[in-house]
Every structure is written in structure tokens, then in C-alpha cells.
Design a binder for this molecule. Structure first.
Ligand code: 4NP
Length: 172
């Protein structure tokens, strides 16, 4: 599904939170990849990307070693991630709060009133599909590879969309 990102709450600035269950596998991978794409597009001064888990069990921990190994092998920097738990206030402050799966989205919606144009599934921005980013935690390496494929494709599309939404119209 390919949707257009909503306008920024504050002109000239765009804040994106990526949310999974533990914040050690999927949302950190999406965070690292989307941050890299945003930097490549020259948007790192205006677009902020963070990630968090609906659960806090892993707070303070680095990324899952399987996720970090794959990202590192693919040329990304996975070393700086530290897990944190999402806060209810993010529903009102971030421009997009993007859940990796349906349960993560339901947990976000349970935190308080959530604008459906801003609090939604990450893969709503996937140009070639829709639905969930499957949890790879209890599976093998192939699951992490599948997550990276979905995340790279969706991050590419979202970054392209952000160029139009974030930059003032009429300027390249
Ligand atoms: P994530 O994966 O939500 O993609 O970070 C998981 C991480 C930890 C657990 C489950 C999923 N866990 O049960 O501890």
C-alpha cells in the first residue's frame, strides 16, 4: 500500500517513531535503514527517526546480535542502538508513529487517542505490499533477511515521499 505521509506538525521538521514489541529486532533495523536513507537524501537536518518497543523488557540493551550482524554485513551502523519503551505522549508529538505489526498497532492505540493518518503500520508505505513486518525473534536468519528486504523497500519509498512533504514547495 502506498500512502502519502501527512503534513508535518511543525513546518520544516518531521519526526518519525518506529515501533515493534521489544525494540531489539524490527524497529531498530527500520530505524538504522530509514536513518541512512534520510541522510543519503540530505534530509537528516529536518527528519528525526527514533525507535521504541511497546514493551520495556529490553530497555537499555543493544540490538539483537542477529539483526546487528546482518545490518553490519550490509554496510549499516548497528552499534549505536539502545532499546527504549514507547511513551503515550509520542502519539501527539510525532508526525508518524509506525507499527511493525498489528499487535504493536493495537498496543499503540491502547495508549490513547491516535490519529489514524499518523499512527499506522510501517508497511502502509511499502509500494509493493501491505500488512505486517513479521517478528523474526524466534526464527532463523532467513527471517531477519526478510525483515531487511521489507524495511529497505519501505524506507526507500517513504524517504522519496518525505522529500515532497518536508521541503517547502517550489524549492528543489
Ligand atoms: P522485536 O522482536 O519486537 O522485533 O524487537 C522481539 C524482541 C523480543 C521479544 C519478542 C520479539 N521477546 O519476547 O523478548
Amino acid at each position: 500500500m502506498s500512502v502519502v505521509p501527512p503534513p508535518p506538525r511543525t513546518p520544516g521538521r518531521y519526526r518519525i517513531a518506529l515501533v515493534c514489541l521489544g525494540n531489539i529486532c524490527r524497529s531498530p533495523m527500520a530505524d538504522v535503514v530509514l536513518s541512512a536513507r534520510v541522510a543519503d537524501a540530505g534530509l537528516d537536518d529536518v527528519v528525526e527517526v527514533v525507535s521504541a518497543g511497546t514493551g520495556g523488557w529490553h530497555a537499555g540493551e543493544p540490538m539483537d546480535r542477529r539483526a546487528a550482524a546482518l545490518l553490519t554485513a550490509e554496510g549499516y551502523d548497528a552499534s549505536r542502538h539502545r532499546a527504549q519503551q514507547v511513551r503515550a505522549s509520542w502519539l501527539d508529538t510525532y508526525d508518524l508513529v509506525l507499527a511493525m505489526d498489528d499487535a504493536n498497532l493495537a498496543d499503540l492505540q491502547a495508549l490513547g487517542p491516535a490519529d489514524p493518518t499518523r499512527v499506522r503500520l510501517f508497511r502502509d508505505f511499502d509500494p509493493e505490499g501491505t500488512g505486517e513486518v513479521p517478528d523474526p525473534y524466534y526464527g532463523g536468519d532467513a527471517g531477519f533477511r526478510d525483515v531487511l528486504t521489507l524495511v529497505e523497500r519501505t524506507a526507500d519509498a517513504l524517504t522519496g515521499d518525505l522529500l515532497h512533504v518536508v521541503l517547502p514547495t517550489g524549492h528543489p
